[in-house]
Design a protein around this ligand. Structure first.
Ligand code: PHE
Ligand code: FE
Length: 296
């Protein structure tokens, strides 16, 4: 997409009235944020920064500092881009919400990260089902400052375009990898276990639960194992997978997945909470409080 986007309509949503382009991209309507919106950002930003010190990976925290986000107001995407693009070639684009899969993959492959422009309401501070600006910007964007992770995300986008061409089962396998790394990944740092997944760093409850609760399993990263594993979309995860380094993630995902998709198509999925004999178990979860309804 090298053409300038063409504005097609004014979209009316419960979040406001925003110009939308043919591509589904919106200009961040920064002037339209209310004092309440900026206040929600401030509350979430300050609470998570305090919680994440010593809990999020040092690389995440340093990258977040380097991007120049502050609690005082919702960042402008253009200000973030001025730092991010020179660092790793990534740019943020505003979107209304989740994109069709292929569009999402294409953006990632071209180092464009879609960020939801609107922020949750004050009564949604602790939980919101769909990704909002806080999840996308506070949670996902900092790691795009790291060359290794930046490359991983672009490779994931190219892999997504490929998986989309192979078929729906391949996409399910690939989505599980995204879920258990980009969204809910843990990393073993020299001084202990830390968080890097965006779904965790943007949630106060899960920031504590993922690291400190006895309930969930914590298992060493294993690509094919992850690609077979179901996950939770509406509760904390039953299992977290732990990488040693972002380089491990790069190296493990570099090979062509086509034969893996082929192999996995003959195997059944693993329930979210199961521990296998072949797992490198870092912590075996007590299972306390686990939901008993079906995993996604
Ligand atoms: N190597 C994967 C493939 O061939 C692509 C990929 C890279 C997927 C990085 C995820 C992360 O499909
Ligand atoms: Fe996300």
């Amino acid at each position: 997409m090298n053409m300038p986007p063409r504005r097609v309509e004014n979209l009316h949503t419960d979040k406001g009235k925003v110009p939308v382009y043919a591509t589904g991209i919106v200009d961040q309507p920064w002037d339209s944020y209310s004092a309440e919106d900026h206040g929600v950002w401030k509350v979430l930003y300050e609470r998570q920064r305090a919680l994440l010190k010593g809990r999020a990976s040092d690389e995440f925290l340093q990258a977040q500092d380097a991007m120049g986000m502050s609690p005082d107001h919702i960042p402008k995407f253009s200000d973030i881009n001025a730092v991010l693009e020179p660092a790793t070639g990534w740019t943020l684009i505003g979107v209304e919400g989740l994109l069709p899969e292929l569009d999402f993959f294409d953006h990632l492959a071209n180092r464009r990260f879609p960020v939801t422009w609107w922020i949750r309401r004050p009564d949604q501070i602790d939980y919101i089902e769909e990704p909002d600006l806080f999840h996308d910007l506070f949670g996902h964007v900092p790691l795009l400052m790291l060359p290794t992770f930046a490359d991983y995300m672009a490779a994931y986008g190219r892999g997504g375009v490929k998986a989309h061409g192979i078929g729906p089962e391949a996409l399910v396998n690939l989505t599980r990898l995204y879920w258990y790394t980009v969204e809910f990944g843990l990393i073993e740092q020299a001084d202990g276990l830390r968080i890097y997944g965006s779904g965790i760093v943007s949630s106060a409850g899960e920031s504590l639960y993922s690291l400190e609760s006895e309930a969930p399993n914590r298992i060493g990263f294993d690509l094919e194992r992850i690609m077979q594993t179901r996950y939770r979309i509406d509760t904390y995860q039953k299992t977290y997978f732990v990488i040693d380094s972002f380089q491990q993630l790069m190296d493990a995902t570099a090979p062509d997945f086509t034969p893996i998709y082929q192999r996995l198509s003959e195997q059944s999925a693993i329930p979210a909470g199961d521990v296998l004999a072949s797992d490198h178990v870092i912590h075996r979860g007590s299972g306390e409080g686990w939901a008993t309804d079906a995993d996604a």
